[in-house]
Each structure stands twice: as C-alpha cells, then as structure tokens.
Design a protein around this ligand. Structure first.
Ligand code: ZN
Length: 89
C-alpha cells in the first residue's frame, strides 16, 4: 500500500513541518487533508505525534489542533513543503 507522511501547518512560522509519523493507506494521491481522509475522526496518534515536534524556525512547540491543517503527503514528495501546496477542497 502507498505510504504517507503526516505534515502540519505550523502556526509559528506558516510552513509545513514533518510530524514524523508514517501511515499506509489503500488509496493513491500526492497530498490530501487529513480531515478529508479520516472523516469519522482523526487518529489520536496524529495529535500525539504533533505534540512531539518543534518548529524548526522558531524552536517553539507546534501547537496545532486543527485537523484541516494536517495533510498526508506521499513519501518523498515534499522536500521543501510550502503552504501553497495545500490542496484545494
Ligand atoms: Zn514552524
């Protein structure tokens, strides 16, 4: 199955950060919002992973609880993620 890395839009610097959690899904895409994929509820481990990461620019914790700002990205697809890559609804 294709694998995806969780990324989160950082409220501190406005860039996406890798949340260092990888999932396998039985569907194929480049980038999708987590809230579009997990319509029944976001997995708890996503929130836990995001709690662990720090902003690489400001060294502050990434406190982002909004599922619509989490995206899953096909592995290796984002070397330099930018907010403009955010998929349209
Ligand atoms: Zn940041």
């Amino acid at each position: 199955m294709p694998q995806y890395d969780l990324h989160i839009l950082c409220p501190n610097c406005g860039n996406f950060h890798d949340a260092l959690i990888r999932v396998a899904l039985d569907e194929s895409f480049d980038v999708r919002r987590v809230s579009d994929i997990y319509q029944q509820g976001i997995p708890l481990e996503f929130y836990q992973a995001i709690d662990q990461i720090r902003c690489s620019k400001t060294d502050r914790r990434v406190e982002q609880k909004m599922p619509e700002l989490m995206v899953l990205v096909a592995i290796g697809r984002w070397s330099k993620p930018e907010p403009r890559n955010m998929p349209k609804k």
